[in-house]
Design a protein around this ligand. Sequence first.
Ligand code: SAH
Length: 234
Amino acid sequence: MPFAATILTLYPDMFPGPLGMSIAGRGLEDGVWSLDVRNIRDHAEGKHATVDDTPAGGGPGMVLKPDVLARAIDAATLQGDTRPRLLMSPRGKPLTQTRVRELAAGDGVVIVCGRFEGVDERIIEARNLEEVSIGDYILSGGEPAAHVVLDAIVRLLPGIMGNDASGSEESFETGLLEHPQYTRPREWEGRKIPPVLLSGDHAAIARWKRKMAEELTRSRRPDLLEGRNRDEKA
Ligand code: SAH
């Protein structure tokens, strides 16, 4: 069974969008994963097909109605559907490569894209939604976040990447940022490729990569090293 992604959105035309191109697009064409995009508005009621309403207690903007979202989610998830249900949300747990790997190992995901001020809190509990954030900034809607989540998952699916090793050497996979990369020409605008990389000495190259990865991580993301030490002690 291919990895099955379902998206609930008010802007279905945003999909597949970038996911229809390059690695993810090829995977979609080859049937490595499937994409089911559903319009939340199809589950609205009334002449105006209202999906949102003003926030209880006052405040700016509009809130997505729980009844409409519930109908959309229920229609998209038949009984026995055990796929994780993610709600894109700046208040969610920040997405990590570890969570991406877990999701990629499963059957698929259902992703709910918020808009406006967000969704009625009750739907989160009632439909067991896992709030996921892609970073500490505010997007105008969950759709670009859903692109990010799916892009990260799909590139890990079996049969997607040409060179399987390239999935496991990236930044974060080792708990470190990746070492710098170079390619031809050997010298460009007076700048040379570090000689060790051209030495053919595989052990020396591996040591250099490791040292650079550690130095970069220490200077840019010391928080990653702290996380590593904690894991190693545990
Ligand atoms: N009022 C909310 C922000 C709403 S932004 C708050 O202050 O928390 C509108 C929608 O965009 C959200 O419902 C969510 O689906 C999406 N979104 C915005 N920023 C996001 C982020 N950093 N990660 C994931 N989704 C995000």
